[in-house]
Design a protein around this ligand. Structure first.
Ligand code: ADP
Length: 625
C-alpha cells in the first residue's frame, strides 16, 4: 500500500458551513456540550475497537488500557480530547468529518425557522456531534490513526470551520484519535481543571470508559479518573437520578433535548438482560424510511456489539432508542446469527411488551405527554396493527382518533372511549376513510349517524386502510366502514321509522329503475338510501369491495386494484329527486342522474374523470330552472 503523504485542501459540503454558523449562534448558551460530544465520539470509538478486537487480536496493539484523556494548556490556549479507540483512515476522515453523512439534511434545513430558541432544538435533534467544537474553538485539529495500520498512516485534519479543511498524512504512533481545540478569544474560562471536571461529571459521568485528567495538585503528575465509569444501566434504579438518565439518553442518541419517557428494566430468569429504552420527544428526520437503521444498541456484558439492524425491536417501534445488554449471548455474535437467535427473540418480545406498557402508562397517567407522543409517532405505531398481530389488542388500546363525537381535528378518542359511548344495540365500530379530515367530517355518508347520535371515527391517514382489512375487531366489535354495504341501524329504529323506509322504497321503485337505466354500466346498483337525511344522493361500495380511499392508495403505490363499481344511493325525499320523479323527458332525467352521480364522487373527495362533462350538464340544468 502506498502512503498518501500529500497535503490537500478541501471544501466542506455547503451544508456543513451553514450548519456550523447556525450551531455557533444557537447553541452558544449551552456551549459546554462540545465536551460531551467529543467524549461521546471517543467512547464510541473505543466501543467499536473493543468489538473489532474480538475477531482480530492484532488490533489490540498491546494497548487495551482504554481511556479518554482530557487536557488543557493555558499558554497555548488549547483543550485536547484524545482516545485510544479505533481511529480513522484518511477516507474515513473525509467521509465522516467533512460531510454530513446523514439522510434528511435537506429536511433539516427546511425545518429551520430563524428563531434561535427553536433552531437550537432542531439542531439538537439532528445531532451536533464533532462540529460543536467550533462553538468554542476558532481552529480544530484532529489527528488520528486507524487501529492495525502502521504509524505512517496517521492523518491530520485541520479547519477553522469557515468552509475549508486540510488533510495531510502524519506519523502517529499511538492508535486512536486526538482532537485539539484552539479556543476562541473569550473562552479562557474553560482553561480550568475544575471547570472541565465539572462539565465532564455533569454530562459524561455514565461513560463506561475512564475519562482521565492530570491531577491539579502541584508536582503531582498523576492521572485522575474524573467519571465514575460504571455502565449506568447496570446500576440499580435507586442509585440513578433523573438527570443521569437524561444525560445517558443524550449520549446514546446525540439528541439535544430530553427524552419524553424511558424504561429501565432488568430481566432475570432463563435469560438475563437489561433494557434501557427511551421514547424521544421529536421524530428523527428519516422516520418515514422503514429501512432506516434502528437506534437501539446491543451490548453483551457491557461490551458494545452493534447498532440494532432491526432485530431488537420491530419496525413499527423504530422511534425507540436506547440499549439492550444481554448477559447470555456470546460476545462474538454476528448479525446473521442474531437474526435467528432464540434469546434475541425473547428479548425482542419482552422489549415490545415493555415499550407498549410504557406507552399505556403514559396514556393513563400522563395524558399530555401521551398526546405529544401520539402526534409525533402515532402513525408509525399504527403500522403495528398489521406487523404485530400478537400485540394487536395492546396496540389498539393506544390508538387515538378524531371522531364525530369531538368534531375537532385533534386525535384524542380511544377505542375504549368509543366503546363506552356506543348506543344500546350497537355492535359495530363505525368509521369513514377519506383523504382529509374535512372531507371525512363533512361527508354526506355521516348524515344518518349524526342524526341518530352514533359516533363515527374519522380516518384520514393513508395507513388507515388497515381498518377493516388487517385490523378487524376491537374486543367483540367489528369495524364497519360507513361507505360500504347497507347501513343497518335497525336496532336503533322504532316501528314507525321502519314502516316509513319501506314505504319510501316502494314509492321510489319506478324512479330507481329509470335512474339505473340512465346510468347503465357506470354503477353496480341504484337503491334507496338508509344513510342520507339532507343530501340527495351518495356513493357507496358493496360490503366486500374496496372503498375509493383505499383504491386511491393502491394507485399511489403503483398497484391496480380490482375495478370496483360504486352503488348510487338516492334520497327520494329530496326536492331534486321529487322533481326527477315528475320528469317525463328521459334525456333530461339522465342529465339529472349523471349530475347526482358526479357530485357524489366529488363529495367523497375524489376526482371526476371528466369534469367538463359534469359542468356542462349542470349548466344545462341550471339554465332550464
Ligand atoms: P455522530 O457522532 O453523531 O455520528 P460526529 O460528527 O460527531 O457525528 O462524527 C461523525 C463520525 O466521525 C462518527 O460517526 C465517527 O464515525 C467519526 N468519529 C468522530 N470522532 C471520532 C473518534 N474520536 N474516533 C473515531 N471516529 C470518530
Amino acid at each position: 500500500m502506498t502512503v498518501d503523504t500529500h497535503r490537500q485542501t478541501l471544501n466542506f459540503q455547503a451544508e456543513v458551513t451553514q450548519l456550523l454558523d447556525l450551531m455557533i449562534h444557537s447553541l452558544y448558551s449551552n456551549k459546554e456540550i462540545f465536551l460531551r460530544e467529543l467524549i461521546s465520539n471517543a467512547s464510541d470509538a473505543i466501543d467499536r475497537l473493543r468489538f473489532a478486537i474480538l475477531s482480530d487480536d492484532a488490533l489490540a496493539e498491546d494497548d487495551i488500557d482504554y481511556k479518554i484523556r482530557v487536557s488543557y494548556d493555558k499558554d497555548a490556549r488549547t483543550i485536547t480530547v484524545s482516545d485510544n479507540g479505533i481511529g480513522m483512515t484518511r477516507e474515513e476522515v473525509m467521509q465522516n468529518i467533512g460531510t454530513i453523512a446523514r439522510s434528511g439534511t435537506h429536511e433539516f434545513f427546511q425545518a429551520l425557522t430563524g428563531d434561535q430558541q427553536k433552531d437550537a432544538n432542531i439542531i439538537g435533534q439532528f445531532g451536533v456531534g464533532f462540529y460543536s467544537s467550533f462553538i468554542v474553538a476558532s481552529r480544530v485539529t484532529l489527528t488520528t490513526r486507524r487501529a492495525g495500520l502502521g504509524p505512517e498512516h496517521g492523518v491530520r485534519w485541520e479547519s477553522d470551520g469557515r468552509g475549508e479543511y486540510t488533510l495531510e498524512t502524519v506519523e502517529k504512533f499511538g492508535r486512536g484519535t486526538q482532537v485539539v481545540l484552539q479556543l476562541r478569544d473569550d473562552e479562557d474560562e474553560l482553561l480550568n481543571g475544575y471547570r472541565l471536571r465539572s462539565i465532564i461529571r455533569k454530562y459524561s459521568d455514565h461513560i463506561t470508559v475512564p475519562i482521565v485528567m492530570k491531577s491539579e495538585e502541584k508536582d503531582k503528575n498523576e492521572d485522575e479518573r474524573v467519571n465514575s465509569a460504571s455502565a449506568l444501566w447496570t446500576r440499580s434504579k435507586s442509585e440513578i437520578t433523573e438527570e443521569d438518565y437524561k444525560e445517558f439518553y443524550k449520549h446514546v442518541t446525540h439528541d439535544f433535548d430530553d427524552p419524553l419517557a424511558y424504561l429501565h428494566s432488568r430481566m432475570e430468569g432463563t435469560h438475563e438482560y437489561i433494557l434501557l429504552l427511551y421514547i424521544p420527544k421529536h421524530a428523527p428526520f428519516d422516520l418515514w424510511n422503514r429501512e432506516r437503521h434502528h437506534d437501539v444498541k446491543l451490548y453483551v456484558r457491557r461490551v458494545f456489539i452493534m447498532d440494532d439492524s432491526g432485530q431488537l425491536l420491530p419496525t413499527y417501534l423504530r422511534f425507540v432508542r436506547g440499549i439492550v445488554d444481554s448477559s447470555d449471548l456470546p460476545l462474538n455474535i454476528s448479525r446473521e446469527i442474531l437474526q435467528h437467535n432464540r434469546m434475541i427473540e425473547t428479548i425482542r418480545s419482552n422489549a415490545v411488551k415493555k415499550v407498549l406498557g410504557l406507552l399505556s402508562d403514559l396514556a393513563t397517567k400522563e395524558a399530555e405527554k401521551y398526546t405529544a407522543f401520539w402526534e409525533t409517532f402515532g402513525r408509525v405505531l399504527k403500522e403495528g396493527l398489521a406487523e404485530d398481530h400478537a400485540n394487536q389488542e395492546s396496540i389498539a388500546k393506544l390508538l387515538r382518533f378524531s371522531s364525530t363525537h369531538t368534531s375537532g381535528e385533534k386525535q384524542d378518542v380511544s377505542l375504549e372511549d368509543y366503546a363506552a359511548r356506543m348506543k344500546p344495540g350497537q355492535d359495530k365500530i363505525y368509521y369513514i376513510t377519506a383523504e382529509s379530515f374535512n372531507t371525512a367530517n363533512d361527508s354526506p355518508l355521516l348524515e344518518i349517524f349524526k342524526k341518530k347520535g352514533v359516533e363515527v371515527l374519522l380516518l384520514s391517514d393513508p395507513i388507515d386502510y388497515l381498518f377493516g382489512t388487517e385490523f378487524l375487531k376491537f374486543k367483540d366489535f367489528s369495524f364497519q366502514s360507513v361507505s360500504k354495504g347497507k347501513v343497518d341501524l335497525s336496532e336503533m329504529e322504532d316501528e314507525q321509522e321502519k314502516q316509513e323506509y319501506k314505504k319510501s322504497v316502494d314509492e321510489a321503485q319506478d324512479l330507481v329503475k329509470r335512474i339505473k337505466t340512465a346510468l347503465g354500466d357506470e354503477v353496480k346498483d341504484v337503491r334507496v338510501t338508509t344513510r342520507l337525511t339532507t343530501s340527495p344522493a351518495c356513493l357507496v361500495v358493496d360490503q366486500y369491495d374496496i372503498d375509493p380511499a383505499f383504491q386511491r392508495i393502491l394507485k399511489a403505490v403503483g398497484q391496480q386494484g380490482p375495478q370496483v363499481k360504486p352503488i348510487l344511493e338516492i334520497n327520494p325525499h329530496h326536492p331534486i329527486l321529487l322533481r326527477m320523479k315528475d320528469e317525463t323527458d328521459e334525456k333530461r332525467l339522465a342529465d339529472w342522474a349523471f349530475t347526482l352521480l358526479d357530485q357524489s364522487v366529488l363529495s367523497l373527495g375524489e376526482h371526476l374523470e371528466n369534469p367538463t362533462r359534469f359542468v356542462n350538464r349542470l349548466n344545462d340544468l341550471l339554465s332550464q330552472l
